[in-house]
Design a protein around this ligand. Structure first.
Ligand SMILES: [Zn+2]
Length: 260
């Protein structure tokens, strides 16, 4: 499941590829996407210039010059490929934007779970999401207000996109390890100093993810996780073997030695 850094990295690729360009036509290559598109949705995109591309949680928003918006969500496996209109479509192409200058932005997705929707200016998309996990204006006090009274574990709370948008299983674990917090702690019971630590942990984990993904996409190394996917390996801080537990049906990786 792509999380905020992966979606941000993908958004950068798409931004470079199509912002400022004009849509010649949209190509819909899978029924799961086609059923959300009317003929008029398609027609309204043709000839529109893409003026900006933003991210909200794990969604990418392509803003058109008539005030319309395309909302793309990769779900589990989506990704972008940039090619030329005359090329054969890549395997698992589900949706494509062909620009008037011949550039093409293709959504590829082996599992075909990605979604793309068009929202005219009169009916802009709405999102039931909390603030962005990397929002620089978010404070420990603000985070505390969103968690107050919640008895769910802090790990599960971090995965709830209505509380905080953008974190998934990997970066929630990484952030809690960096903050030295036990993932089982009740979300509403964390003290201000712990929430300040958590906020720093979230920002550091996400920044690290974005930096490494940038390199990964240009052929560099992949991300070295601090705790995720390291069951049994020594903690990078205290050498205690990393343990796992199941929370809300997801595997949590954590260090019983230094996460309290
Ligand atoms: Zn440790």
């Amino acid at each position: 499941m792509p999380e905020l850094p992966e979606v941000e990295a993908a958004a950068r690729v798409a931004r470079r590829a199509v912002v400022g360009r004009t849509i010649d036509r949209v190509v819909i290559g899978h029924p799961s996407i086609a059923r959300r598109w009317s003929v008029s949705d398609r027609r309204r995109c043709h000839g529109r210039r893409i003026v900006a591309l933003t991210r909200r949680g794990k969604s990418q928003l392509l803003h058109l010059d008539d005030g319309g918006t395309l909302v793309v969500h990769f779900r589990l496996d989506g990704d972008w490929v940039v090619d030329r209109a005359g090329d054969a479509l890549p395997p698992f192409a589900r949706f494509a934007i062909r620009c008037t200058d011949g550039r093409r932005l293709v959504l590829v997705d082996p599992r075909a779970l990605s979604t793309v929707t068009h929202h005219p200016a009169a009916a802009p998309p709405t999102f039931a999401l909390g603030p962005e996990a990397d929002d620089p204006t978010l404070t420990a006090t603000g985070l505390r207000a969103r968690l107050v009274g919640r008895r769910t574990s802090i790990k599960s709370a971090l995965l709830d996109q209505r509380i905080l948008a953008g974190l998934g299983n990997i970066y929630a674990a990484e952030a809690l390890w960096r903050a030295r917090l036990d993932p089982r702690r009740p979300a509403g019971g964390l003290e201000a100093s712990e929430l300040a630590r958590l906020l720093r942990g979230i920002r550091a984990a996400l920044a690290d993810g974005v930096a490494h993904l940038g390199r990964y996409r240009t052929g560099g190394r992949t991300v070295a996780w601090r705790v995720y996917d390291r069951a049994g390996a020594p903690c990078r801080r205290c050498r205690t073997p990393i343990a796992t537990l199941s929370q809300g049906g997801r595997t949590t990786y954590w260090c019983p030695g230094c996460q309290r």
